[in-house]
Design a protein around this ligand. Sequence first.
Ligand code: PMP
Length: 449
Amino acid sequence: MKNADIVARDLKRVWHPCTQMKDHERLPLIPIKRGEGVWLEDFEGNRYIDAVSSWWVNLFGHANPRINQAIKDQVEQLEHVILAGFTHEPVVNLSEQLVDVAPAGLTRCFYADNGSSAVEVALKMSYHYWKNHGQASKKNFVNLSNSYHGETLGALALGDVALYKDTYQSLLMDVITAPSPDAFNREAGETEEAYALRQFAEMERILAERHHEICAVVVEPLIQCAGNMRMHHPIYHTKLREACDRYGVHLIADEIAVGFGRTGTLFACEQANITPDFLCLSKGLTAGYLPLSVVLTTDNVYDAFYDDYQTLRAFLHSHSYTGNAIGCAVALATLKIFRDDKVIEANRQLARCMADSVAHLRDHPHVGDIRQHGMTLAIEMVKDKPGKTPYPWQERRGLRVYQHALSRQALLRPLASVVYFMPPYVITEEQIRHLAQVATEGIDLAVRD
Ligand code: PMP
């Protein structure tokens, strides 16, 4: 089979996610036949380094032999069983192990099957907790500007990226939006920490004034990934945890994108030294293999639902594939690789290599910012460097980087004008330097008028 054959068939029948399909009249669709490690390979043998981990999911490379084996072993035993009234070994083992590695105090695991669904679970649980405690007036949520939490209506309402949200605004619940601690917007000479503290003042004010009507604050700790990889200082979350405790408001940490080592620690919350009331995980949970998500919560939350059936306090929420056995087996294999290969420690050298290999871009006349938390690094192209003026989105400068990268064996998929690396952890230093070279060429091309 040739690339062109499968592409032609695809374009007749498949509707692709997050895509204006008309773009494919001129942008080639890339059909992938096989993957191995960081490489994706098409039907004609062209190869691409997956620098974005296929939407931030892949951790240990494509077709990883250890994970493949875990799937084979599990599928011979049990593929899936209803998780209401029944259980199975992988879900029990996984729950025990997640509780062991998660921030202290998270003791209960509730499963769903994708990131957005995990966010929905956390929102409903938080609201329901307050209701079970006789505080049904708590029904609002606080989010941060520039946040993203998924595409289902509840999760979309909690997001603040206009491109995804605006069209559907009239379908969405109202939320209270506090300004993001996004360090890109700090004043010249202001530290990231000082800026985060300054931005926190408004959050504090909202909680002080309206806590009686607020269930929870929802945040993406350290990196607003879909919000153009904007980053901030962990102090914000330390302060937020204190304030949530003071005002009796839940803290929901959406680590769907940043969990499992992307920020340099297994979970981003560790850097703020906090335990959220709800921790949402997906993506890296299964190392990029299968859709699975989980919400970890506390005994305190769990206990609010534990009662006689007739009191109707139970959390009657379900998804057909909740706690899928093969997904859980993959997640167990993923956690084993983290332990066996001391992945978090090993990643420090890769993170340093990423930083070093793009350092020269700091002086580039159209690079307004280079930022990094651990294994995630972003380079923001700007029209005017001193004022950090953005390029108009209509110019789609990032797309030029994407197209150039494809011609140089790399899958870079900029968000607007932000070129970023969030690679699988099996990437080599040589491959990182290649990506940096490709990104540099791409940026040079993209900023030409
Ligand atoms: N939250 C965050 C922070 C995300 O980055 C994403 C996905 N990009 C989601 C939630 C939604 O996850 P899913 O796409 O699996 O629904």
